[in-house]
Ligand binder design. Structure first.
Ligand SMILES: [Zn+2]
Length: 425
């Protein structure tokens, strides 16, 4: 199946605009203040924001030699969206079995898919992706291809090979470890291979057949060794953890983030308040990936059998939020257009829309350690900017209505009628 994927570098626009320009708008979301700034002009030079100033009739746009965009008052300008959990190499589980598909696919087909998925993400306003596990060392090839072809792609943070116990979740694409010394060696290997962070699978997972999804696969000593080695190398470390046992163990071991965080006990759900408190107090950020659990298609019923209804799952997420656990958006559904859905599910769990938007921008950038470049539109940062129709602070669903995308200062998508180059200039 996968070998038929024909996407290629041509999925990207053949030529993006230059990386300097001026964007004028009547509302810009500022995640620091948590509010919309009215009538501003964003000046971009060499791919970075150099000024965010009050836009007046006297604003001199002639000084910009680059592109000029005037955003209609029916639209809101926001920082580029951040997808904190996805896999560029995998196909959506609603379509096929991602494991089978991956095993059958050639390296070339997977590389093509990585390009295709990243282009799709960019189109949806996702300018930063954290890839939580890519096999066969194709991450390096992907980055080289992007560089050599001069493509304007989303920034991708790669985990390199995911790390797991022998025959653990994602072992078919990852690095299996046995014992604390081997665990530390696996972290060093990813670091040497250029990984941006470390991803560990601490419990079983659905696309590996759900075996061990309710248990813990690694020993406490192995987990401690993984976390210590990652931190020694200045890397952040996150754990895929569906079971309560795994959640508790990685929180104690000092991991920085937890993926999914489903609280699966030996039979049924087992939410432990003291562990939730530990996660909140330790500043461990959770990526709940709710969008992956209640989509449509193949795995929906399997997830329902484990997690209960969407209402029940959202109820647990609400409890975590009320405990003060920080959350960021990550869909893990291999659709690459569902940050909006994930943000909407966080709002359903009680998060204020302002905070849901922060979870998809500035908070996500902080959690990934890229806030010096991403997460907000302000001088000094990379110009990753999205225009959506509507006001996402009123209705977060507006995040689905992407009408323009600026990535690293280049206009990579623009729907003319809503964010048009005006004649005035
Ligand atoms: Zn995942």
């Amino acid at each position: 199946m996968t070998d038929r994927v024909s996407a290629s570098a041509s999925t990207y626009p053949p030529r993006a605009s230059g990386d300097s320009g001026i964007l004028r708008c009547s509302s810009l979301f500022d995640p620091r203040q948590g509010k919309l700034l009215a009538d501003v002009s964003v000046e971009i030079e060499g791919g970075r924001v150099v000024g965010v100033t009050a836009d007046t009739a006297a604003t001199d746009c002639t000084k910009s030699s680059g592109w000029q965009i005037s955003v209609g008052s029916d639209c809101t300008v926001i920082p580029g969206l951040i997808e904190c959990h996805n896999h560029l190499q995998l196909c959506p589980s609603r379509v096929a079995d991602p494991r089978e598909d991956w095993l059958r696919s050639s390296d070339r087909a997977l590389l093509e898919r990585m390009l295709c998925n990243s282009a799709k993400a960019l189109h949806a306003g996702i300018t930063t992706i954290r890839d939580c596990g890519a096999g066969r060392h194709l991450d390096t090839l992907f980055l080289r291809r992007i560089r050599e072809a001069g493509l304007i792609a989303p920034r991708v943070l790669f985990a390199g090979l995911p790390i797991m116990a022998r025959e653990g979740h994602l072992a078919w694409m990852g690095r299996e470890v046995s014992g604390p010394a081997d665990a530390a060696a696996a972290v060093r290997e990813q670091h040497e291979g250029g990984a941006d962070f470390i991803k560990v699978t601490a419990s079983g997972g659905m696309i590996s057949g759900a075996a061990g999804i309710r248990s813990l696969f690694l020993s406490k000593e192995e987990l401690r060794s993984l976390a210590d080695q990652a931190h020694e190398l200045g890397m952040r470390i996150t754990a895929h953890a569906h079971s309560t046992e795994a959640i508790e163990a990685v929180a104690i071991a000092g991991f920085d983030m937890i993926e999914h965080c489903c609280w699966l006990g030996r039979d049924g759900l087992r939410y432990k308040k003291d562990v939730a408190r530990l996660i909140a107090d330790s500043g461990i950020v959770v990526v709940p990936t709710n969008a992956a659990f209640y989509p449509h298609g193949r795995t929906k019923l399997q997830w329902q059998a484990l997690l209960g209804s969407q209402v029940e799952r959202i109820g647990i997420v609400a409890e975590m939020l009320a405990t003060g656990i920080g959350m960021v958006t990550g869909a893990d559904d291999q659709e690459f257009n569902t940050v909006a859905h994930e943000a909407a599910l966080l709002v359903e769990a009680g998060l204020d829309p302002v905070d849901a938007l922060r979870a998809a921008t500035l908070w996500a950038a902080k959690a990934l350690g890229v806030e010096q470049d991403c997460g907000s539109v302000e001088p000094g940062k990379v110009a990753d900017i999205v225009v959506v129709r509507g006001n996402p602070l009123v209705a977060v669903e507006a995040l689905r209505e992407v009408v323009a995308v600026v990535a690293q200062g280049h206009v990579v998508r623009q729907i003319e009628e809503t964010a048009n180059r005006t004649e005035k200039w």
